[in-house]
Structures are given as C-alpha cells and as structure tokens.
Design a protein around this ligand. Structure first.
Ligand SMILES: [Zn+2]
Length: 271
C-alpha cells in the first residue's frame, strides 16, 4: 500500500469525531489500529524506512478517507469494505450500494423487504457465518440489514418529532451516518431473546458465539461494551459489520474498536 499521510482534515474530522455522545440503533465507526500479523510480513525493519513497513490498512485510515464537503466530513471510500461511517463521517449524498442481494439465511420476519439486503460480498460471508454457527448448534436469525438514506431519514425524523432532537440522536443515526446504509451491516438475534435487539443477547450462547467467531467470517461486532466513547454508540452485541477477514481478525485481536483501529496514529504505532 502506499503511504498515508495526514490530510488537511485529519485534525478536524477525527479529533472531534470520537468525542461525541453515545447513540444506539446501529451505525458508527472507529479508528485506531494495530497491524495484523499478515500485515507486517515484510515490515519490522524500522519505522524510519518508508516503503513496506506500513500497516496494510493504511490506505483505509480514517484520516485518509474523508473530505470536507458543505461543512460535513464525507467519506471518500463509500464502496470499500473497510469504510468507516459514523456520526462524524457521512456517506456521500444519495449513496446506494449497487450490489445488494438477499443472503440465504433465516430471517426474523417474512418476505423480502429493504432490510433483507446486504452487499454481495457481505451476504456471502453472512451465509458462511450462519452455516458455521449452525454446525455448532447455534441458530441465528437475521433481523435488519441494509437501510436506505430515505428510510433512515424517515426513522430519524420520526424520532425527532416524538422525542426531540437530542434524544433522537441518542437512539438513531442521522441520515447518511448509519452503517446500515453501507449494506455491510446486519443485526442478528436468536429465539432465546425472541429475536429482539437487546443487550441481553450478548449473554446468550448465540451472542457469545457471535462475539467469539464473527471475525473468522470477516465480521466484527462493531459497538462494543466499554467502547461507547470511541464508537459513539451504546453496546450493541447484535450489530455485526462486514470488513473482510484480514481486517476483522486484526481488529478483533487488537481489542480496539474498528474506529480506533483505523485511526492513523494507531495504525502507525502498530507498524
Ligand atoms: Zn445495527
């Protein structure tokens, strides 16, 4: 990968990005990395050498993938599997994935609707994850996947109308900032909690399995307990986000949130 360097907005975007309040309801991002082993194959040389000693995810660093537009920080890599969207990082106006499909997994509801969808690569990975769980006696259900800008706006506006803006921001993502709009996220639950999206899911055997194994299939549980400040969201053991196997494993092993892991300073420190 090439070198990443601090861009003009690095200061703006990320510094403030992680200092926001908490929300819930699915959709954030993170930043600060550590290198995965596979990533540093030919590194270790020394941090002063330029070339190959960089973290393999440097190109996806938070600072390298955002630009300011109309006063908002907009991500420049919306179609990347490693994109980070959060309360301070918007998808480009009108963004809609072009490869949405319906994964062949059990859903908590009937019929095919908007939230049945995910992007193709993520959907394939979800099928493998569900199959892997099933083999170990774990029955998962898909509850909510892709959510369009339009639908997110409708949800958000409704919350603003009924709860006021401050409260709305705590329970739902502003349009353009939901990770569900990327088509890479799926909320997952189990019959043990009636397929509800609630924190007690994290204590079930299904939730535990997900926390322990999601990365093997390229997913991370994005909104971790204890990382609320970093992700901007409450603990959501049901919300998994596809990032690809290499990054998922690196993030999982690091103990950091995705947002922290992909922060440039952490990526560099991680070699
Ligand atoms: Zn979610």
């Amino acid at each position: 990968m090439k070198k990443h360097q601090a861009t003009k907005w690095s200061a703006i975007a990320l510094g403030t990005a992680l200092a926001a309040g908490l929300l819930s309801a699915c959709g954030a991002a993170g930043a600060t990395p550590e290198p995965s082993k596979s990533a540093q194959q030919q590194t270790n040389g020394g941090q002063d050498s330029e070339t190959k000693s960089e973290n393999p995810f440097a190109d996806s660093a938070m600072q390298a993938t955002v630009e300011e537009k109309d006063g908002k920080n907009v991500v420049t890599n919306p179609t990347s599997m490693q994109v980070v969207v959060n309360k301070q990082r918007y998808l480009p106006d009108g963004y809609e994935p072009s490869d949405l499909v319906v994964p062949n997994v059990p859903f908590s509801f009937g019929g095919v609707i908007e939230k049945s969808h995910m992007r193709k690569e993520a959907a394939d990975a979800l099928e493998q994850l569900f199959a892997g769980a099933k083999e170990q006696g774990i029955d998962l259900y898909a509850v909510s996947g892709y959510r369009s800008y339009k639908r997110q706006k409708s949800i958000y506006d409704n919350n603003v109308a009924t709860r006021g803006e401050a409260e709305a921001a705590k329970v739902s993502a502003a349009p353009g900032t939901s990770e569900h709009q990327t088509g890479l996220a799926m909320d997952v639950s189990a019959l043990s909690v009636n397929n509800e999206l609630e924190q007690s899911f994290g204590d079930t055997k299904e939730g535990q399995w997900l926390a322990d194994h999601a990365q093997e299939y390229g997913f991370i549980v994005h909104y971790l307990k204890g990382k609320e400040e970093q992700t901007g969201y409450s603990y959501e053991p049901w919300h998994i986000r596809y990032v690809g196997k290499d990054l998922a494993k690196a993030v999982h092993d690091s103990g950091l949130s995705l947002d922290e892991y992909l922060d440039e300073s952490n990526l560099s420190a991680a070699k």
